[in-house]
Design a protein around this ligand. Structure first.
Ligand SMILES: *Cc1c(COP(=O)(O)O)cnc(C)c1O
Length: 383
């Protein structure tokens, strides 16, 4: 009788020797593994002496490293680290700079989730934030206290698409010896490179344009080696790492960022131009003055009071209501009842976010069809 080489149970696990020789796959494979192997103690010691390689996926994985490094490269920064979400990237970025007892001055029109992170969670940990309008840097300067460590704003704000004057923010920070953090999610590294302009830490919700296909939740922190090293330690200790598969998907999406942004920004500008002359639209928010080709793919409109807003959303046919942005499909959201829901109505009104405000994430469809979808919806909802 023939017999198995080892017993059945053992063969299930140990029949094939792994990683025998490097396989030169064209694309980085997905290292879907929680940990890495070592053949002898010297090899293990070598890891701790900084000889590269990997130990445990929470502390480092080739797919997550690839994503962090790729975004750092296109931001012109020496270092980058990927995280489980945009919010965990912000948490890690902020904690890389501040400790309990420190103070932050942040823009009052930050993304809703970031606002909550600072106002609720970090506040409870003894990190206080003053929110002020960054469109007036005198106000920002007045808010600086002796324990202030960080200025925090966004390169293009949500949903009214104000473009930040990063040079002025950097100068103010230098004057008071503060660090700066910029959320570059809306602008993307295609349009704006805050690190090259002197910002210390740049964060992205890679869930948005970096990934670009609405199929992952991920984030990235980029900047200098020191601060990104601090952010990496927070991610490791807080367990805010991204999974290898999600990092792989995000890196895959990133390759077409330039193609997507060229097309989406072009479409956005065309749409914004067309809607600007529509008599039933009171206001169009788009950074027209930045470039001829378009600056970002978000367009925000305020429809006139004679538009039935419910009817408008119903009439958008293939353009769906989606509470996110930056995918390849054109989508819309209603900031007042979604991203700014938690704000008191007066606070939203003060920011200019009324019931009539609609945020459009412009996709890669043909621009004529996008324009037509919005013109038809307006036409169908006049009352
Ligand atoms: C979505 C978003 C975030 C949060 O990112 P998540 O990936 O959802 O955690 C932060 N900042 C901006 C500007 C965003 O649009």
């Amino acid at each position: 009788m023939r017999v198995l080489e080892k017993r059945f149970e053992t063969l299930l696990l140990h029949s094939v020797e792994k990683n025998k020789k490097p396989i030169k796959s064209k694309i980085t494979p997905i290292y879907q593994t929680s940990a890495f192997t070592f053949d002898h103690l010297d090899e293990l010691e070598g890891f701790f002496q900084g000889e590269g390689n990997y130990l445990y996926s929470r502390t480092g994985n080739p797919n997550t490293d690839e994503l962090g490094q790729a975004v750092a490269a296109i931001e012109g920064a020496p270092a980058g680290v990927a995280t489980s979400s945009g919010l965990s990237a912000i948490l890690a970025g902020v904690l890389a700079v501040v400790r309990s007892g420190d103070h932050i001055v942040a823009a009052d029109d930050l993304y809703g989730g970031s606002f909550h992170l600072l106002k609720e969670e970090l506040n409870q940990l003894g990190i206080k934030t003053t929110f002020v309008s960054f469109s007036n840097l005198d106000e920002v300067e007045q808010a600086i206290q002796p324990n202030t460590k960080l200025l925090y704003t966004e390169s293009i704000t949500n949903p009214l698409l104000r473009v930040e004057n990063l040079e002025a923010v950097v100068n103010l920070a230098k004057k008071h010896d503060l660090k700066t953090l910029v959320d570059n999610t809306f602008a993307t590294p295609f349009h704006c490179n805050p690190y090259l302009q002197g910002i210390d830490l740049v964060i992205h919700s890679a869930t948005k344009y970096i990934g670009g296909h609405s199929d992952v939740t991920a984030g990235v922190v980029v900047g200098g080696e020191d601060l990104v090293g601090q952010a990496r330690a927070k991610i490791v200790n807080l367990g805010a790492n991204v999974s290898p598969f999600e990092a792989w998907l995000t890196s895959r999406g990133l390759k077409t960022l330039a193609l997507r942004m060229k097309c989406q920004s072009f479409n956005a500008r065309k749409l914004a131009e067309k809607l600007s002359s529509n008599p039933n639209i009171a206001k169009v928010y788009y950074p027209f003055n930045e470039t001829e080709e378009g600056f970002g793919a978000m367009v925000t409109i305020e429809v006139s009071k004679n538009i039935d807003i419910n009817q408008f959303f119903k009439s958008l046919s293939w353009v769906k209501i989606v509470p996110t942005l930056a995918g390849v499909e054109t989508t819309v959201s209603h900031p007042l009842t979604t991203s700014h829901r938690a704000l008191p109505v007066e606070a939203s009104a003060a920011l200019g976010i009324t019931k009539e405000v609609v945020r459009i994430s412009v996709g890669i469809e043909h621009h004529e069809d996008i324009i037509q979808a919005f013109e038809k919806a307006i036409e169908n909802s006049v009352h």
